[in-house]
Design a protein around this ligand. Structure first.
Ligand SMILES: Cc1cc2nc3c(=O)[nH]c(=O)nc-3n(C[C@H](O)[C@H](O)[C@H](O)COP(=O)(O)O)c2cc1C
Length: 328
């Protein structure tokens, strides 16, 4: 399948693995890229730019296909040394960067000068238009269903994607709630040129996370995510667990007066405990509603091949069948 996204990034299939804290290591990025998608290393999971350089080198050893790096721009009080991270990306020969969080405007010259293509993750049409105006090559339009930070507008992809298609000139991928061939075909129908998946890629053989995480994803339903930190305007969709229940109780008590310090025990330092140690109740960690659609733990190649084969069948048989008057 050829779309504006496969052409832009030089990949075989229009499927991207979004950056994920403590999940997006070289093993997963290389597996997705080797399967014809676009794998992405999560930059800030590497504690220093030197460690990121090593992770990039490791990924180059594992694949000769294109892969990218995610750079998440955090609120300025906790800003990591972004110029040094960007230097590691440039020197590592990376040609695709997924940005997220705050606007990447300040860093665009450093990225574009090195011939890097930038795809910015946005949860609204207005942020997507801003990304387009500052020279981003593409956007990842992240609907309310998504794992991680859906923003504060709460617009699901059924509305957000066609709105983006109406307004944007640059290509975009659908992100949030994307699970299988049905998601891909629907996203393409709504104007996207591909899809970005987060949660789905955690439940793959190559994702270098504890087995407990994969088991929890297979066991969970679409009713098992919760939105936290709304009062802080830093809403995050997470998988429910005992600590999340406790956090939500604190949120109910404090109401609008909630401070990050009130819930710091439930949100700080959680990822290594969950992803590496497999402590599923360590605290709040991102998970999308599409978790209800995860029923197995395939390899990345099995997952991507299945999506592409099923997508072809849906388009050629089901959709064309409607046009030709065959019941499908
Ligand atoms: C465990 C987890 C960690 C994530 N960490 C990051 C991150 O560090 N930076 C980022 O830009 N997005 C992060 N995301 C968001 C994903 O890149 C992606 O946009 C999102 O998962 C898409 O929604 P989906 O989970 O429904 O596929 C994370 C998502 C998950 C599930």
């Amino acid at each position: 399948m050829k779309t504006a996204i496969t052409e832009l990034f030089g990949i075989q299939h229009p499927i991207i693995q979004g950056g994920m804290h403590y999940v997006g290591f070289a093993e997963l990025a290389a597996a997705v890229s080797n399967a014809g998608g676009l794998g992405i290393i999560t930059g800030l999971t590497q504690k220093t730019p030197e460690l990121l350089a090593k992770e990039i080198a490791k990924c180059h050893d594992m694949t000769d296909k294109p892969f990218g790096v995610n750079l998440t721009f955090l609120p300025s009080f906790s800003a990591p040394p972004y110029p040094e991270y960007i230097a590691a990306i440039r020197e590592g020969g990376i040609k695709i960067v997924e940005t997220a969080g705050r606007s990447p405007e300040q860093y665009m010259p450093a990225l574009k000068d090195a011939g890097i293509k930038v795809i910015h993750k946005c949860t609204s049409v207005r942020h997507s238009l801003k990304a387009q105006s500052i020279g981003c090559d593409a956007v990842s339009v992240d609907g309310f269903e998504c794992g991680g930070h859906p923003g504060e507008d709460d617009v699901p992809n059924m509305i957000l994607l066609p709105r983006a298609a109406d307004e944007l000139k640059i290509p975009f991928v659908a992100s949030g709630g994307m699970a299988d061939a049905r998601s891909l075909v629907a996203a393409l129908a709504m104007g996207a040129a591909g899809m970005n998946m987060g949660t789905r890629f955690i439940a793959t053989k190559e994702a270098p996370v504890h087995d407990n995480v994969k088991k929890a994803l297979v066991a969970a339903s679409e009713l098992d995510t919760r939105l936290i930190m709304r009062a802080l305007r830093n809403t995050e969709r997470v998988l429910n667990n005992r600590k999340v229940e406790k956090l939500m109780e604190i949120e109910r008590e404090k109401g609008k007066a909630l401070k990050i310090d009130d819930i710091i025990e439930e949100v700080a330092g959680v990822y290594p405990k969950v992803m590496i140690e497999g402590d599923m109740d360590a605290g709040a960690w991102s998970c999308g509603m599409m978790v209800g659609l995860i029923k197995d733990v395939p390899t990345c190649k099995e997952l991507i091949d299945r999506i592409m084969a099923d997508a072809e069948r849906i388009i050629r048989k089901r959709l064309t069948g409607f046009l030709e008057g065959r019941a499908a």
